[in-house]
Design a protein around this ligand. Sequence first.
Ligand code: PMP
Ligand code: GLN
Length: 402
Amino acid sequence: MEFGRGQNLFGCIVRTEKEKRLMLNSKLANVGTSIFTEMTLLAKKNNAINLSQGFPEFETPDYLKQAVTEAINSGKNQYPPSAGIPELLDEIAKLIKRQYDFKLTGSENITITSGATEALFVALQLVVSKGDEVIIFDPAYDAYEPVVELAGGKCVHIGLDAPNYKVDWSLVEKNINKKTKVIVINSPHNPTGTLLNRDDMLALEKIVLKHELYLISDEVYEFITFDGEQHESVLRYPKLFERSFVVSSFGKTFHCTGWKMGYCTAPTEFTKEFRKLHQFVTFTTSTPNQYGLIEMLKHQPQHIGELSTFYQEKRDYLVNALKDSKFKILPAKGTYFLLADYSEISDLNDKDFCYWLAEEIGVAAVPLSPFYPEGYVDKVIRLCFAKYEETLDKAAEKLCGL
Ligand code: PMP
Ligand code: GLN
């Protein structure tokens, strides 16, 4: 029998005294590599069609790329103001007024961040202190819990069940105690593609106000909703907004996830605190990209208006291409993800099934169990349909063969 270097008989890692002295006492002992990174690496290794990590296959709009290039070439390459270029903040305020009929002031309520991830980090660090409890809904995106734990808080997980993944607000109420400080919501929801409706928002508002909680609302897919459904942004609920941080991302909206451009919208006093910490996380966010986004928001407003139709066609295309497969497709009302139940195909657990799918069949998907740290049994995987029809066809052909 062979052992790896530094491993004992049971496969445990054995460290020398010097190695131990040099080790960090991990603040995130339970955290590994994100499932999105893991599955994209697996797709590359196996040359599989990558419907796993969520990113669009399409190019960033030419108009936006040119505007950023022009900003670079005209010397707009030094630090912008920490909170963001004022003109961009104003354009976002106008977008919020058009979209949600809510009047805000760019200079007081909006801060540009390095992706939604930074905004989530800063907002959670601001509101969570040692011993606080934060309510999150499983399946939950992976960027919430580690940040809560870093701040000394604890997540209380409330499960959303297949196939509708509805929030049971009476269960939320039951889970609130003196330690409860924050609720985190995400609509349109990654990975289930469900939306919170008006009744959900009114129930949420009642709970947040009654218990004087804070709300962090992850709305990165706000412009991708289907079948005529309206996105119920917190920005449509002024009283709820008074206790909220609303997190947005340009990455999803303008097919530029790699630029890591996002923003946080919050009441004036929250924004002041948000900006204090933002200064020491990134200080500010890429100047030429901000200039490009000003031009895009000013001169290409139709892009946002057309996004839902664009992605609805993709969703319908993939659903149709899989209609003769043994997968049972769950309804998706927003985002660029579809859930597929594979229980008629395999008894493997979801992670093993995804490995088998990538290695043997040549399609990479995301298992749902990493979104459920409290345990998961369903046979459901996530497919990203932000891809050209040609890619979806190739993947569907393989999936229909199962
Ligand atoms: N929240 C959710 C629900 C997401 O799916 C993502 C990324 N895909 C993010 C936040 C992070 O967005 P960004 O890339 O702008 O940091
Ligand atoms: N949010 C993307 C997804 O859900 C991935 C982003 C990331 O890789 N961190 O797939």
